[in-house]
Design a protein around this ligand. Structure first.
Ligand code: F6P
Length: 280
C-alpha cells in the first residue's frame, strides 16, 4: 500500500505541473461517457498509468478515461479505479479540480475496497487518504506533509445540490428547499472533489446528486467517483447513501455505471433517508 501511496503522490506532483503549464484546448476525442475529452485529461490519465505501472503490487487499473480495464501485473493483488482529473473543464476558469482513487483487493467491488484517496488541485495541493482513518496531507516544497486526521461532525451548515434543478423530482426539491429554510448555505462549484472536500473539512453538510428526469441513475460514476468518496466519508464518521441504501453495499455491472448519491453528516443523511423512503 505504501508503494501505491507514493505513486499517487508522484502523479499529483506531475499533474500539478501539467495543469500549471498546459495550453487548455479541447481534443477531438470523446470519452466513454460521451463528453468531450480535454487534452489535459488524457495527459493526467497517462501520468497515473505510468506511475502505477512501476508498482508491482497493482494487478489492474480502470480509468474514467479508458473504455476498458487494463492489466498491469498478473501477480499483483490491488485493483485501482481512478478519475485522473475530475471536473477538468473547471481548469479553464481556474477553479479547483482533483483526482480520485478507489483501491480494491483481488477484484473491483465495494466489498473489496481497502483504501480510497483524492488529491485536490486548488490554490494548494492537498491529498486525502483513507484506510482505517482519513488523513489529510499538504504538498509543501515538493513533499506531502501530514496535517491532521479528518472527522465529520453530526450536523453541518453547507449544502451542495447537484443536477439540473428543472429535472429534479418535486420531493427532492422540497427537501433541498427545507434545508435552505433551516439556514444551510449554498456551496457548489461543479467539481465533486472540492465540493466534497469542503463539506468534509468544514465538519459536515450535504452533497447530493439525485436521479433526474434526464438521468434517472444520476451522473456520477460508481467506481471512479461515488465508491471512493463513500469509503472516505464513512471512514471519517460521515454517511453515504443512494437515498435508501448505504452506497458501500451497492454493486456495479459495468465499470462506467453511475449511481444516485448523497454524502454528508448524520443529521442531513437521516433527513434524506426519511424523504426517499417515503417518496422514491
Ligand atoms: O463528473 C463530473 C462532474 O464535474 C463532478 O465533478 C461534479 O460534481 C458534477 O459533474 C457536476 O455536475 P452538474 O453540473 O450536473 O451539477
Amino acid at each position: 500500500m505504501r508503494d501505491i501511496f507514493n505513486a499517487i503522490q508522484r502523479s499529483a506532483r506531475r499533474i500539478k505541473h501539467a495543469i500549471d503549464v498546459k495550453d487548455i484546448g479541447y481534443s477531438q476525442l470523446e470519452n466513454s461517457s460521451g463528453e468531450m475529452q480535454l487534452q489535459l485529461d488524457i495527459q493526467c490519465d497517462l501520468i497515473i498509468q505510468e506511475e502505477f505501472s512501476k508498482v508491482a503490487s497493482i494487478h489492474t487499473i480502470a480509468s474514467e478515461e479508458k473504455e476498458r480495464e487494463m492489466l498491469l501485473d498478473e501477480n499483483g493483488k490491488y485493483y485501482i479505479a481512478y478519475d485522473p482529473l475530475d471536473g477538468s473543464s473547471l481548469v479553464d476558469v481556474n477553479l479547483s479540480v482533483g483526482s480520485i482513487y478507489g483501491i480494491y483487493e483481488n477484484a473491483f467491488g465495494t466489498a473489496n475496497m481497502v483504501a480510497a484517496c483524492y488529491v485536490v488541485h486548488g490554490p494548494r495541493v492537498e491529498m486525502v487518504f483513507a484506510e482505517n482513518k482519513t488523513k489529510l496531507y499538504l504538498l509543501q516544497d515538493g513533499e506531502f506533509e501530514f496535517v491532521k486526521e479528518i472527522r465529520v461532525g453530526d450536523k453541518g451548515r453547507l449544502m451542495a445540490p447537484g443536477g439540473t434543478q428543472k429535472n429534479w423530482a418535486p420531493y427532492h426539491k422540497n427537501m433541498i428547499d427545507s434545508f435552505f429554510q433551516e439556514g444551510y448555505r449554498l456551496r457548489y462549484s461543479g467539481g465533486m472533489v472540492p465540493d466534497l472536500h469542503q463539506i468534509l473539512l468544514k465538519g459536515g453538510g450535504l452533497f447530493s446528486y439525485p436521479g433526474t428526469s434526464d438521468k434517472p441513475e444520476g451522473k456520477l460514476r460508481r467506481l471512479f467517483e461515488v465508491f471512493p468518496f463513500a469509503f472516505i466519508y464513512e471512514k471519517s464518521g460521515g454517511y453515504a447513501i443512494d437515498g435508501k441504501n448505504d452506497l458501500m453495499t451497492l454493486g456495479h455491472a459495468h465499470i462506467h455505471d453511475t449511481a444516485i448519491c448523497f454524502f454528508g453528516s448524520k443529521y442531513e443523511i437521516d433527513r434524506v433517508k426519511e424523504v426517499y423512503i417515503k417518496n422514491a
